[in-house]
Ligand binder design. Structure first.
Ligand code: FAD
Length: 294
């Protein structure tokens, strides 16, 4: 099916994009177009105007400064997967980017488009929640000169396909702390065989003193409308030696934090997804600690 008719405008800067977004009626931003265009072809989205932000250079790029990794919203998954800066700063994000979709999706899809779309099956919302990322947003109230606001990941994702972005706003970059040498991280997913989207995905960052876990962060996604942190699993990992028995006991605790709003569909029932959360989390911790290779 073809999309309904729309106006096409190309923005050359963030301020031009904000101005266009707020002056055109029924306008939508387009980054890589990999989520927006399929929705338009299915006529689930019918924007009057498309504002192509793909050529805005100030929204691209990867840098590390003062132990903060900063990624421009228009940076593609392929650029993240090829970046040594990301590999060194956040191994979990680097590996996750490589596991997104296929080469076409990774070459066009952007980190900003991925999180702004907030598909529960996307990998990046879960991994950026895990990494305690912060999202920089411009265009408050539709006014360019109001500067930017910063929203933490656990407030940015508000539900399935829903974020803290207000009408007229644009996400310009994402920042997260660089992982230190004694922090190990991993994301494991049960991937949909056709698309690689996460049926269930689970991520972990553990801080280690020898083999003892001194701090832990856990996030799961794919099965809940927005990424879910698991304080129960985190607390059960901390203070423990990370051997197979302790990991299995701690990761089973994730179930208690999932709530009752679990996604089920023709591919996997809610009960199945629920059962897989602890298993994917166990995989993630086993890989993070190197136990998976023994
Ligand atoms: C076949 C296929 C397989 C995929 N597999 C995976 C997978 O395994 N894992 C995964 O995580 N993802 C997957 N994806 C999603 C993909 O990773 C893209 O990131 C995602 O489609 C959106 O990125 P985009 O740049 O194309 O955004 P677009 O489609 O251009 O935009 C998506 C939405 O975000 C808004 N938007 C875009 N950029 C901004 C911005 N900077 N500020 C505010 N709003 C913005 C747009 O207005 C639109 O509403 C897959 C997609 C396809 C088509």
């Amino acid at each position: 099916m073809f999309a309904t008719e729309f106006e096409y405008k190309k923005a050359g800067s963030v301020s031009e994009a904000i101005q266009l977004l707020n002056s055109e009626s029924d306008a939508k931003l387009m980054a890589g177009g990999h989520s927006l265009l399929p929705l338009m072809k299915l006529r689930l989205a019918r924007p009057g105007t498309i504002i192509d932000i793909g050529g805005i250079d100030e929204m691209r790029g990867i840098s590390v400064e003062n132990d903060i990794l900063r990624i421009g919203a228009l940076t593609t998954h392929a650029e993240i997967a090829e970046s040594h800066l990301v590999k060194d700063a956040s191994g979990v994000l680097w590996e996750t980017a490589y596991g997104i979709g296929d080469p076409q999706v990774r070459n066009r899809g952007t980190i900003g488009g991925n999180v702004a779309h907030a598909d529960p099956a996307s990998d990046l919302p879960t991994v950026l929640t895990l990494m305690d990322a912060k999202f920089t947003i411009q265009g408050r109230g539709g006014i360019v000169s109001r500067g930017s606001r910063t929203v933490p990941a656990d407030e940015f994702f508000t539900g399935a396909f829903s974020t803290a972005l207000e009408p007229g706003e644009i996400l310009t970059s994402i920042e997260m702390p660089v992982l230190s040498a004694n922090q190990k991280s991993e994301y494991a997913k049960m991937a949909h065989p056709a698309t690689s989207f996460a049926v269930v995905g689970a991520g972990v960052v553990v801080t280690l003193d020898g083999n003892m876990c001194t701090a832990a962060r856990v996030a799961v996604g794919g099965l809940t409308p927005k990424p879910t942190r698991s304080p129960a699993a985190e607390q059960a990992l901390v203070g423990k030696e990370l051997n197979a028995e302790n990991i299995a006991a701690a990761t089973a605790r994730v179930d208690g934090d999932l709530g009752s709003d679990i996604i089920g569909d023709v591919f996997a029932s809610a009960e199945y997804r629920r059962a897989m959360a602890a298993i994917e989390l166990k995989h993630a911790v086993f890989h993070a600690t190197g136990l998976a290779h023994h």
